[in-house]
Ligand binder design. Structure first.
Ligand SMILES: *Cc1c(COP(=O)(O)O)cnc(C)c1O
Length: 246
């Protein structure tokens, strides 16, 4: 990298990220307006898995503050590196991928939230781990939790079945150190995304009726954020369209 690139010249990585961020924001804006919604209702969660902390630092400088990782270990390392690169930045990290219960204790040290809670056992492990982290002075806030829904019951991609979501949401809401903030879904690979997002929006409304604070509807990625926003998404999780192909 030349010095000009390092400092964020138009041809450097910083410039490329600035351009793709502009494009993603324009897509969010257009989709929200087309749906008669306020673009300000849609949060952009930058999914930085496989990309270095230096890229996260650029995105912080460009105004982003919410980042997603799909692996606990990679996220922990990156969060520590970013804290060294940008000590004053107030960033929030979320885990968006499948999570093993034995990662809960370490996750509680660095993550603000988990978007992929799909079982009571995982919720209980996180609650316990966050309680321990608070007791140890390693964090102050409860963990923000989204219940992940499987819209096609595909094995291996995670998510609770639709029928199990209300009970799991109740359990998270009753957990002392977890905050039930909403629901998350990944559109099925071989089905109509719009139909899946419509089903998801209905389920989200049911959860919200029981838990008024559960307002986050996390849906939409690089390839389908328009359809998700049309169906009420309040958080799009974007990796490729921002940072490039992994
Ligand atoms: C990787 C990932 C994303 C981002 O996907 P892109 O298609 O790269 O935008 C979103 N959500 C989850 C759960 C992911 O694992």
């Amino acid at each position: 990298m030349t010095a000009a690139e390092e400092s964020g010249g138009a041809d450097g990585r910083r410039g490329a990220l600035a351009r793709s961020l502009d494009e993603v924001r324009a897509r969010i804006d257009a989709a929200a307006r087309a749906a008669g919604r306020d673009p300000g209702e849609v949060t952009l969660l930058a999914v930085t898995k496989t990309w270095p902390a230096a890229d996260v630092a650029h995105l912080v400088d460009l105004g982003l503050s919410e980042f997603g990782e799909n692996k606990e270990q990679e996220g922990a390392a990156k969060a520590a590196e970013l804290a060294a690169l940008r000590p004053a930045a107030a960033v929030r990290w979320r885990v968006v991928g499948r999570l093993q219960r034995n990662k809960a204790r370490n996750l509680a040290r660095w993550a603000a939230g988990v978007d992929s809670v799909d079982s009571a056992r995982l919720a209980d492990a996180l609650d316990h781990a966050v309680g321990n982290a608070i007791d140890a002075g390693e964090r102050r806030d409860p963990l923000s939790v989204l219940v992940q829904v499987s819209l096609d019951d595909a094995v291996g991609r995670g998510g609770a079945s639709i029928a199990d979501v209300p009970e799991l949401a109740d359990r998270v809401a009753q957990s002392e150190h977890l905050s039930l903030d909403g629901v998350m879904a990944v559109a099925p690979q071989h089905a109509d995304a719009a139909a899946a997002f419509a089903t998801f929006a209905e389920l989200a409304a049911r959860v919200r009726a029981a838990h008024p604070g559960a307002t986050t509807l996390s849906a939409g990625m690089s390839g389908d954020l328009e359809a998700a926003i049309e169906h009420g998404s309040t958080c799009v999780r974007v990796g490729t369209a921002l940072l490039g192909a992994r």
